[in-house]
Write a protein that binds this ligand. Structure first.
Ligand code: ADP
Length: 278
C-alpha cells in the first residue's frame, strides 16, 4: 500500500487534523511488472527471428556470391520458419488482447477430438523427427461441442510444449477417454484429452502459476528455450470458455501430463459466442 499523510493547521498554525490516504497499489505494481515482463519477452522473442530473417535474406541477396541451390534452399527454409514463429507470436498477442478487450470469437459445432488429435500428431510428425508422437484412443469418443480451430490451438500448444520441454528421443502421447461423471445425468458426460511427455517436469511450487499470462518457469534450462508464457494462458481461456477444465500432473525429471475436459455435444445447432476475461 501507499500511505499519504496530509496535516491540517488552523490560523494559529496549530495541527488540528491529519488526513490519511491509503491506496492499494498492488494492482498498479502488478501492471507495472506485467509491462516490464511484456517488454522484455517481446523484445527478445521479436528480435531473434527478425535478426535471423534479415541475416539470411542479406546473405542470400549478396550480388558477389553465387549460392548453390541447396544452400539457398536451407536459408529460405530458415526464413520461412522464423516468419512462422513471428506470425504465431503476433497471433497469440492478438488473442490475449482480444480476450481482454472485445472478446475471442468461438464458432461452435460438433468436433471429433480423436480426428483432431490425429491431424495435430500428423502435422508434428512431418515437422519434427526429434520426438515420437503416439496416439492412445482405446475407445471411440463422443463428439464435443466446440470451436475446432481453437481446440486445435489448445492441442498444438500442449504438444509444442511437450516437445520443447523434453529431450530428443522422448515419446509424446496424445490420448483420451470418456468420463461419464457419476452417471446420473447425461449432460455430465465429458471427454478428457491428455498430452503426456517424458520431459523435465514442472516443480510443484510452480504449478499454480503456469497458466498465468506471461508466466515462464525460471530456470536456466528453460530460459534457453524460446517462449512467451502465453500458450497455457490461452489454452486455459479457450478450454474454460467451452465449459471445460484444464489441469496438469507433473514429476520433475520424469515428465508432465496436461489434461483437459470438454462437455459432449447435445446435438445443438451451430452458434457463435464471444469470451471475455476480466
Ligand atoms: P512458454 O511460451 O514459456 O512455453 P507456456 O504458457 O506454454 O509458455 O508455459 C508456461 C511455462 O510452463 C513454461 O515456460 C514452462 O516452464 C512450463 N511448461 C509448460 N509445459 C511444460 C511441459 N510439458 N513440461 C515442462 N514444463 C512445461
Amino acid at each position: 500500500v501507499s500511505v499519504i499523510y496530509t496535516p491540517l493547521y488552523d490560523e494559529a498554525n496549530r495541527l488540528v487534523n491529519i488526513i490519511v490516504n491509503v491506496h492499494d497499489i498492488t494492482r498498479f505494481r502488478e501492471e507495472e511488472e506485467m509491462k516490464s515482463t511484456f517488454t522484455s519477452i517481446i523484445s527478445h522473442e521479436l528480435k531473434t527471428p527478425v535478426a535471423l530473417i534479415k541475416g539470411y535474406a542479406q546473405t542470400l541477396a549478396r550480388p558477389d556470391v553465387e549460392w548453390d541451390q541447396e544452400t539457398a534452399r536451407q536459408g529460405l527454409q530458415i526464413i520461412e520458419e522464423e516468419a512462422d514463429r513471428l506470425e504465431m507470436l503476433i497471433n497469440n498477442l492478438l488473442d490475449v488482447s482480444r480476450i481482454q478487450a472485445s472478446g475471442l470469437r468461438l464458432d461452435y459445432a460438433d468436433v471429433n477430438l480423436q480426428a483432431l488429435a490425429q491431424k495435430v500428431a500428423e502435422a508434428y510428425r512431418t515437422q519434427t523427427n526429434t520426438h515420437q508422437i503416439e496416439l492412445d484412443f482405446p475407445h471411440e469418443l463422443p463428439l464435443v461441442w466446440g470451436d475446432e480451430e481453437r481446440l486445435r490451438q489448445v492441442l498444438t500448444n500442449l504438444v509444442s510444449n511437450a516437445i520443447k520441454y523434453s529431450p530428443d528421443g522422448g515419446i509424446i502421447r496424445i490420448g483420451g477417454w470418456t468420463d461419464q461423471g457419476d452417471g446420473t445425468q447425461p449432460d455430465q458426460t465429458r471427454v478428457v484429452l491428455y498430452v503426456a511427455d517424458q520431459g523435465i517436469g514442472i516443480p510443484p511450487e510452480e504449478i499454480p502459476h503456469i497458466f498465468d499470462r506471461f508466466y515462464r518457469v525460471d530456470s536456466s534450462l528453460r530460459r534457453s528455450t524460446a517462449g512467451t508464457g502465453l500458450g497455457l494462458f490461452l489454452a486455459k481461456a479457450i478450454v474454460e470458455a467451452h465449459g471445460g477444465q484444464i489441469w496438469v500432473r507433473s514429476e520433475p525429471g520424469k515428465g508432465t501430463t496436461f489434461f483437459f475436459s470438454l462437455p459432449v455435444s447435445q446435438g445443438q445447432d451451430a452458434t457463435t459466442q464471444t469470451i471475455n476475461h476480466p
